[in-house]
Structures are given as structure tokens and as C-alpha cells.
Design a protein around this ligand. Sequence first.
Ligand SMILES: [Zn+2]
Length: 121
Amino acid sequence: MHELAIAGHVVDIAARHAEGRKVTKVYLKVGHLRQVVPSALTFSFDLVAQGTTIEGATLILEEVPATGRCRECGAESALKTFPFQCEACGASSLEITQGEELYVESLEMEGQEDEKLIAEG
Ligand SMILES: [Zn+2]
């Protein structure tokens, strides 16, 4: 269950950036290829956040669809199911251009505007 490990990481990042302030929302970008189960991640997040400054915050997941660029013809294809294939020419050599994201995009804290941040996950 890698969601628990991810949740631990997300809580660490959020807590570090919040510097003791009360966090109300954590916005997370998750690429489709990360194969994260949203309900499992939300559950793990609530669990890991207990007793930290992140406790009670809502985790908001934004899933990023996967896309790839064909090494043969250069066309962009949506990557949905294995094996990945170019939608234009059928080649199976694709460079992934989107879908491997996993990072905390921003935090919302009590009594202030959203704080934008990019932290690698
Ligand atoms: Zn192609």
C-alpha cells in the first residue's frame, strides 16, 4: 500500500511549509501513471496527519492524465492502458510527457491566502 508512504511524505512537506500554522487544505497533483488509489490516499492522509499541524486538513487530489510523444512520428497520444501505443502510427516507442507528477501544489491555511508552492514528491 504505497498510498501510506505517499501520505507520510505529503504531510511532511505540508507541515514544513506551514511552519506551525493551521493548514485547512492541501492540494496535490497526482499523475495517472502513479497508480494512486484516491480513497486509499485520502484515508492514509487523515491517519498520518493526526497529531500534526496538518490534522483536520482536507486533501484535494487533482489527477493529471497521462500523455506520451511518439518517438517515430512525434504525435501526442493519451496513455490509458498498457501497452502504450501511438494513436497515429501504432508505434510502441513513446516518451512520457505527462502523468508521472506527484507533488504538493499549494496549501490553504487559516486566515490567509493560498500559498503556492512546488515541492517534489
Ligand atoms: Zn507515432
